[in-house]
Structures are given as structure tokens and as C-alpha cells.
Ligand binder design. Structure first.
Ligand SMILES: O=C(O)C(=O)C[C@]1(C(=O)O)C=C[C@@H](O)C=C1
Length: 383
């Protein structure tokens, strides 16, 4: 997405948290945010204090940006924001956040698919000794955590070959879970078949649509029909249980072991470097700190107007906060915005939600100030 096209699509303005949300007038918006650490990090949760609004590092703002930034100092707004921040929900309990902690044997991690799926690989990468909880659908992984059947959920959010997994962006806002970590998994697609079967015996190949799409060159050369399955391991389990001799699957080498299949070919994906990024979700938020690299995720909508998205993104650039991801999704409950247009009367545009991940912890004043600045720009943050 270019800034220009996104700015045209922009609407009114809030901030992001992962969980169910309601749009509110910006005056009433309480900041809620999700901060999370990468796989290598670990931390314990505790009540956080967000005190300072001092901005120490602004780099060469343009006059327009400075004009917008100056609004921050307005006393009434400052008072309002202090009020908003003091109404942050505080965690009720102190709990261990344990990505890669020494004892994760009791941690139950929900994932979508059957044992042997790549999502289970991601769960085991984050929590090597955990008990994995297979779920039928992505939404079931959220419910499993909400109903205390699992402690955390691990689900894919984007892949280097297929891009964003939009279903999960939407679910993040419909459920009240928090992002507490992320896992990047190298995905090595293998062609599996029953023992004794060669690639040239195969008439069909079953797999998850993403696995089929990522292996298109290999499959086209093989000249087989492609069929979608819910997940890679489910496809492996299916051909193994039905003893299908002319059907192969794309799945992991671990799935081959679990279901008694042979690896006929390895690394069949078009792009050698094939990575899927997974999010770790939990009922309780992680408390942001500064001793590890943190990311924070927000979601907001924007008022209509020229350059609104540019200004929204500038609040981060002004403070040298690196953005790692921008995603936009139509607002499904209010998809069309009607605006006056001098030539044609009324025009209708899609209203969008903007998801942004940035590299800063919410205990850092520059991150607090960036979000404060967003509110000054009439950002409507989703809580
Ligand atoms: O089917 C699986 O094994 C999954 O874990 C799902 C999934 C996905 O949803 O993209 C995860 C990673 C791979 O890119 C392929 C499939």
C-alpha cells in the first residue's frame, strides 16, 4: 500500500488493541495497546506505570508537522489524555510470560490444524515442551483461550509468499485476547505420499491453499491436479487413513513421521526463503518494558481528508519510531462513508481500519507521545 492511496481511503481516527472493541468519540477514548516481544524475549507481567509525556527526540520536523505537533502542548488536551491514561485497564494478576521459559510443560497452546501442522511447529518453537491443543478453525483457537481450555493461542498472521492472513486480522478485533509474542517459522514444504509411492505415480496433490500456491512451479512441472484441504497435516492424515496411492500431500517432514508417510521431495516451495509469522495470544496483556526489544500494535480509523494517513504515520517518523507493518481492512460494520463532493453531490468511499506495528515499548515516552499525538490528530483508537 502506498501512503498516497491509503490516505485517500482514510477515515476518522483511533488506536489499536487486539480484542473486542467499540468505536467511541476520541474524547472518550482510553488508550489500550498491545506490546509484545519477539521469540527470544521473556518477561514477567506486572502493573505498568505510564507517567511521562516528555518528548526528548524529534528529528527535523517540517513546518506542517511541527504545527500539528504543537497541538500536543495544549493544556486541556494534555489533561484529557492524563485522564485517559489513568483509566487504563490494569492486569488483575501477576503472571509469568514464558516464551522460551525453562518450564513450559504445563502450558497449553491452541493452534489451528492437526498435529504435524506448521502452526503446531510454531507453537513448539515458542514453547518447546508445551502441550499443544489442536483446533478446527482459527476462531476456535481464540475460544479455547477465552474458555480457559488453553493458556495461549499461536496463529499465523502473514507469510512471505502469501502476505497477510486477513481472517486473523479480523478475528483479533472480535476477540478479547492480547498479543504477547511472535514467532517466525521457516516453512519447508515437502511432498509426502504412502510408502513405496514415487512422485510420478501421483494424480492429485492435497494441501492447504497457501502450501499449494507457494509450490506452484513444482506442482505444475509434476502435472498433478491440486485440491484444497483445511490444513497440511489434515491432508496427510486423510491420505494415510484412506491409503490413497495416487494422491500426494504437501506437509512437513514431521507430519510424514506422525502419519506414516514418506517424504518424496523436500523444499518444493517457489521461494527458498519462505517464512510465516505467527502471533502468540493470551488472556492477559504483557507489561511492556525497555530491557528487551518490544513491538506495539495499534488499530485506528481516520477522518476523511487530504494527507490524513500521512500525518498519522508522521507521528511515528517524527520520533524515529520504526514501523514494521501496515495493514488496512474495510470496516465491516460501517463499510461505506458518504462525503460531500462539490462536483457530483455525494460520493461513497470504503471506510478502513488501519493496523500498525511499531518498534517501541509503551513505557517509552516517545511511544506514549506518538499515541497522544495521534489523538490530537483526531485519531479514533479502537479499544
Ligand atoms: O496448514 C498448516 O500446516 C498451517 O499451519 C497453516 C498455514 C497457513 O495458514 O498459512 C501455516 C503455515 C504455512 O504457510 C501453511 C499453512
Amino acid at each position: 500500500m502506498t501512503m498516497e492511496s491509503a490516505a485517500v481511503a482514510g477515515n476518522s481516527f483511533p488506536q489499536l488493541r487486539r480484542g473486542s472493541f467499540a468505536l467511541r468519540p476520541s474524547e472518550e477514548v482510553a488508550f489500550k495497546m498491545v506490546s509484545f516481544v519477539g521469540l527470544s524475549a521473556s518477561s514477567s507481567c506486572r502493573t505498568c506505570g505510564i507517567n511521562s509525556f516528555e518528548d526528548k527526540k524529534l528529528s527535523k520536523p517540517t513546518s506542517e508537522m511541527r504545527r500539528v505537533a504543537d497541538h500536543r502542548d495544549h493544556r486541556d488536551i494534555s489533561k484529557r489524555l492524563h485522564k485517559d491514561l489513568s483509566s487504563f485497564p490494569r492486569p488483575l494478576t501477576i503472571s509469568e510470560f514464558s516464551i522460551n521459559s525453562k518450564d513450559d510443560t504445563k502450558v497449553r497452546i491452541a493452534f489451528k490444524g492437526l498435529p504435524g501442522s506448521y502452526s503446531e511447529d510454531a507453537a513448539l518453537k515458542a514453547y518447546p515442551k508445551c502441550q499443544t491443543v489442536p483446533c478446527n478453525e482459527f476462531e476456535d483457537t481464540f475460544k479455547a483461550v477465552e474458555l480457559w481450555l488453553a493458556d495461549k493461542a499461536v496463529l499465523p498472521i502473514e507469510s512471505s509468499s502469501g502476505g497477510s492472513i486477513h481472517r486473523n486480522y479480523d478475528l483479533l478485533l472480535r476477540h478479547r485476547l492480547h498479543i504477547v509474542g511472535e514467532v517466525q517459522l521457516d516453512v519447508n514444504f515437502c511432498l509426502l505420499a504412502l510408502p513405496g509411492i514415487r512422485a510420478d505415480h501421483l494424480m492429485r496433490v492435497l494441501s492447504h491453499p497457501q502450501a499449494l500456491a507457494s509450490s506452484d512451479t513444482f506442482l505444475s512441472k509434476l502435472g498433478v491436479a491440486q485440491e484444497n484441504a483445511d490444513d497440511t497435516a489434515g491432508a496427510a492424515q486423510y491420505i494415510a487413513s484412506k491409503r490413497l496411492r495416487d494422491v500426494g500431500v504437501i506437509a512437513s517432514a514431521r507430519a510424514a513421521t506422525i502419519y506414516g508417510l514418506n517424504v518424496v521431495a523436500e523444499s518444493i516451495q517457489d521461494d527458498l526463503y519462505n517464512v510465516t509469522r505467527f502471533l502468540v495470544l493470551a488472556r492477559d496483556p504483557i507489561i511492556p518494558r525497555v530491557d528487551k526489544p518490544f513491538k506495539t500494535s495499534i488499530v485506528f480509523t481516520l477522518d476523511e481528508g487530504p494527507g490524513v494517513l500521512f500525518k498519522a504515520l508522521a507521528v511515528f517518523s517524527l520520533r524515529e519510531i520504526n514501523l514494521t507493518k501496515i495493514e488496512s481492512r474495510p470496516q465491516r460494520n460501517r463499510p461505506l462513508r458518504v462525503v460531500d463532493d462539490s462536483n457530483t453531490g455525494k460520493a461513497k468511499y470504503f471506510d478502513y481500519l488501519f493496523y500498525i506495528d511499531f518498534e517501541a515499548s509503551m513505557v517509552e515516552p516517545r511511544a506514549q507521545n506518538a499515541l497522544e499525538h495521534l489523538q490530537v490528530l483526531n485519531a479514533l483508537l479502537l479499544c
